[in-house]
Design a protein around this ligand. Sequence first.
Ligand SMILES: Cc1cc2nc3c(=O)[nH]c(=O)nc-3n(C[C@H](O)[C@H](O)[C@H](O)COP(=O)(O)OP(=O)(O)OC[C@H]3O[C@@H](n4cnc5c(N)ncnc54)[C@H](O)[C@@H]3O)c2cc1C
Length: 316
Amino acid sequence: MMSSLSADVLVIGGGLIGSSIAWRLTQKGARVTVADAGNLGGEASSAGAGMLAPGSEASKPSRWLDLGRESLRMYPAFLEELREQTGLHVEYRACGCLVLDAGSAVPGVRVEQRGADLFYPDEALIDPSALLRTLRQAGKKQGVLVEHGALTGVDASRHGAVVVAAGAWSSSLQVRHKGELLPLPESTPVKGHLIGFQMRQGLLGPFLRKSHTYVLQRADGLVIAGTTEEHVGFDTSVEFAACNDIHRRAAEVVPELAAVEPVRRWIGFRPGPELEDGPVLRQVEGTNVWLAYGHYRNGILLTPVTAQWIADRIAG
Ligand SMILES: Cc1cc2nc3c(=O)[nH]c(=O)nc-3n(C[C@H](O)[C@H](O)[C@H](O)COP(=O)(O)OP(=O)(O)OC[C@H]3O[C@@H](n4cnc5c(N)ncnc54)[C@H](O)[C@@H]3O)c2cc1C
């Protein structure tokens, strides 16, 4: 459908990125409509594991690392502000991350050597679905309007500003400005599988990583293990072979998992491709169109910094 709204700001996509931008913009006095193809964030943002792990993710200094560290610093105040506004509590645990059989850490990142392993004490976990619910609630309280349905085309001239935040789907949108179709940087889906085990609470302290495998635990005992990186388009099938492979690798990290059957198996589409210099965060030159996508493996981590960055610039 073609958007018929002429709100001050139209945000396309209601995942963590779009919802947090909408919330921040209303705080600055904008009238905001979020258009979402599904149920506001039923995609990568609720599928993600929830590691806030800029240092243990990094293999070299980069804009990803800089933005990630900044966003991690912003998280406690960001959550407190949301709690004050909504009364809702989002599970957040500054438990640190232990990387097993680690190589060397990137200079400047706080890290402790523990034998062959590296411990990143500043890293944390969050429940991304709870964060989404809270952002949605905070936005609603501040008057964010929601339009359900997939947009195919948008005429940006009808809005004060348009923000493209449709994750892996972003570059499929036809965004026009003064009649001209804008070329958008490519977005591609990178599918990832995750599996979940119901275990006793407190089994894991820090979250654990070994090579491409990670294992973490939520407060209710759910242990989540991941993952895969698959370039298969928007194929939503949950593959048992992929899940079994994650299970095998996770049991090498936490041997207790070997004898337990997963209670959940699911997939999500990371908004790729993985760009060298971080996500696509910018204004399309000479237009009122803003781009906020391509957060790849780190969109949950980068939510506070992205929302602040885009909202500050749109508000001028
Ligand atoms: C398996 C997996 C594990 C992950 N683990 C982590 C992690 O531990 N830490 C971390 O920081 N990140 C993690 N990520 C990455 C993170 O989930 C993403 O980077 C982030 O959620 C992207 O948020 P988004 O709002 O840009 O996209 P999405 O959450 O995908 O939201 C995009 C929204 O756009 C909507 N949309 C699409 N097309 C249209 C259209 N045409 N019109 C209107 N709306 C549209 C969709 O309905 C959707 O709600 C993980 C991702 C996956 C898949």
